[in-house]
Design a protein around this ligand. Structure first.
Ligand code: 5GP
Ligand code: MG
Ligand code: MG
Length: 180
């Protein structure tokens, strides 16, 4: 599995440091509030575990599952809501936890959904920000790392539902996804 990686970009320690930095900022920004942390499955599950442990506030935690890649290496325009939440978000301060913002389409979909349901505020904390991939003008509020326009895997991020368990984020060798 490690042989399929071209280059390691962010290791466990640097990701942990990013989680500490963001968690501290979120703790300050939401002082006196009880935010609803909305983790986007499956990619954000490890990152979520890191970040929530650094937030020193009462928080609620929910998981939503959407699909945009359909197994490949480029985003599709159609976002599908796979598993919804049951919690009422009306009046809530929602912090979306994402693995990576690329085209911005998933984020647009989620923010519109939450706004339609009456969320009081919506912010986004993403592990990775691939600004070079944007098709829609939208930004995350809290960013772990900027990442260049390459297809990355690990630390929750997958290719064909594999590599999520790598303890780092790295660039997947092109030979892995061009051969099939
Ligand atoms: P967007 O809608 O912003 O184009 O893409 C968001 C989703 O596409 C991410 O949450 C992630 O699941 C997937 N994605 C975007 N770029 C990458 C990447 O470089 N590697 C992996 N594994 N997934 C990505
Ligand atoms: Mg995602
Ligand atoms: Mg994926």
């Amino acid at each position: 599995m490690n042989n399929d990686i071209e280059e390691i970009l962010f290791d466990r320690d640097s990701i942990h440091q990013a989680a500490q930095r963001l968690g501290k900022q979120i703790t300050e920004d939401y002082a006196g509030k009880r935010p609803l942390v909305l983790s986007v499955l499956k990619g954000a599950y490890l990152w979520t575990g890191d970040v929530i442990r650094e937030i020193e506030l009462y928080v609620n935690l929910e998981f939503i599952k959407i699909s945009s890649y359909h197994g490949g290496v480029s985003s599709s325009n159609e976002i599908e809501l796979v598993t919804d939440i049951r919690t009422d978000v009306a009046g809530r301060d929602v912090i979306i936890l994402e693995d990576i913002v690329d085209t911005g389409q998933s984020l647009r979909f989620l923010k519109d959904l939450l706004a339609d349901r009456g969320a009081n505020s919506i912010r986004v904390a993403t592990l990775l920000d691939k600004k070079g991939g944007r098709k829609i003008e939208i930004d995350a509020d809290y960013v772990g790392f900027d990442v260049r326009n390459e297809f990355v895997v690990g630390y929750g991020l997958d290719y064909k539902d594999l590599y999520r368990n790598l303890p780092y984020v790295g660039i997947l060798k092109k030979s892995i996804y061009t051969k099939d």
